[in-house]
Write a protein that binds this ligand. Sequence first.
Ligand code: ADP
Length: 481
Amino acid sequence: MKSYSIVEPMVNHLSGAYVKGRWLEPAGANEVEVVNPATERVIAHVRQSGVTEVDAAVAAAQAAFGDWATTSPRQRADALRAIAKGLRDRQEELALTITEDVGTPIEESRRLQVGQAVNTFSRTADLLDNVQMHERVGNSLITRVPLGVVGCITPWNYPLYLMATKVAPAIAAGCTVVVKPSELAPLGPLKMAEVVDAARLPLGVFNLVVGSGAIVGEAITRHREIDAVSFTGSTTTGRHLAAAAGAGIKHLSLELGGKSPSIVLGDGDIASAVAGTLAKCFQNSGQTCAALTVLLVPQDRLPAVEEIAVECCRQYEPGDPQIDATRLGPVASEAQRRSVVAHIESGLKQGARLLTGGQAPNTPARGYYIQPTVFSGVAPEMTIAREEIFGPVLSIVPFKRERDAVEIANRGDYGLSAAVWSADEERADHVARQLRAGSISLNGASTNPDAPFGGFKLSGFGRERGRFGIEGFLTTTAVHR
Ligand code: ADP
């Protein structure tokens, strides 16, 4: 265990509603405690909004829509660049805030939590020119128009970045937004509202309402004046939300859970494959929807893979997420730790072989830590091979023939991402083309932020990122002459 310093928390009482350029005092008295998962200390109290604030936010977004929808792409791109600059100027502060709120190691916070949010705003501004807004088809002029007022509902694992992947393309498309971040990690989103405020967008284009899923999330999803809902979160909530949004015939996109396979073919470089898979599996303590959490390896290479995996885990000693060198922080909450531990226990009970980890480390005494954990000899039907664990747990599944690996990978309920490793890129590509997953990396290639991202099956539908993200917030009109 690395050395650990407890930073004395600053307990702020924050308002959870930014509507039409003003911070509202929510009518209800409810406050939620925000807990630093590395210290278990309360670092803030956030006043929870209710239906009154949702109504005010939706009214503001509706009132702003007409004018915003008719601004030029250049004006909207300027607004996005101003937000990107505001986020960049506060990058270190934002990174630290998210590290305190979620437990993400600070280096990952800078790069993934905040860096990707900055890039999303600036890149979306650049890509606006690539979206074709008009097209002639016979005697018709097809025009792409924004969907309207969008409810953006986001989870706690990447509170700023996942908000950016919705807000940037939505306002680029000419939509106005009501954002509901997770009540479990609201501090980054609240600061993002400050950044948007400083960027001086027309009032009502961006509104943010912090509150519970059951009250604020439901109110947004069912609101008559909301045209579209863009949701990232669990499959369970997504299923419920899809039914509610369906009742109102709302445009919907769902980015849900994943259980993503990493397939090592017979000729694959196992050292790179294991290291690359673990890096994705343990990113943000495993709390990443696209995490590679199932490593499929040829039976005859299993002993070598196991040895390398155990060795690699030594680089992921859990530690203080505020220290630059830390690669594995705590999971985000006590509830999350309990859920991960329950999955580990199910792996043991169902006969998987624990190679390393499997429990909370002894030190420090506080914090929701879990050791990096690897199971081997995992059968595809075991719970740890099928369910999203959202913790630092890898399951190694052996296979006999290449087509068995494809069959196992496609058998699951999810289809968000995957990886394939082979010395022969054609062979890797051949396997990749058979996988039902939205985003597939060959031999550790990094994901392209301009490429579309989204799932199959219980991972949801709709595509985010790049120009595909902007297009997701557009529909068409046709005028015939
Ligand atoms: P996670 O555990 O990853 O946060 P959830 O699906 O529980 O996933 O939550 C994602 C987001 O959905 C959060 O902002 C949460 O408050 C919100 N949410 C939860 N329940 C509902 C609901 N019934 N309707 C709308 N949003 C909800």
